[in-house]
Design a protein around this ligand. Sequence first.
Ligand code: 4NP
Length: 155
Amino acid sequence: MTRVLFVCLGNICRSPTAEGVFQQALDRAGLSKRVEIDSCGVGSWHVGKAPDPRAQAAALRRGIDISHLRARQLKASDFLEFDYVLGMDSDNLAAMQALKPADSQAKVGLLLEYAGLANTDVPDPYYGGEAGFEQVLDMIEQASTGLIAELTCGR
Ligand code: 4NP
């Protein structure tokens, strides 16, 4: 079993979207029994909350239901339990590195490293409009394909 954790700031917009998109990709690739995923935030403000209604609506327009997800905060033990801990932007990554225990073997990086895009940050859509949520979905969908390839045959 390979375990992948997606991390953003609040765990109500980008990382639950990544969890929903990647779960759909795993289901379609027949990998859902081999890969287990979760998402969390580096901050604690939204712990226990469902994804932002705009993120839920945008995902649902692509046939992905993320309404059951609930926010939780990243913890040090996540770096011992997950094989990949993937942040949405470089601020997330800095916070993740600060919490990572020295004996962690996890691959810690950015989700968009698997997207083949010049940009490696998924922009925070929280203070923007609907278009930001569509852009987040586009970027995450692109990275999902690369991440599936990484998990199935390496790179
Ligand atoms: P996320 O978006 O990190 O993609 O979940 C945010 C959600 C909430 C806040 C910031 C970003 N906030 O400051 O409350």
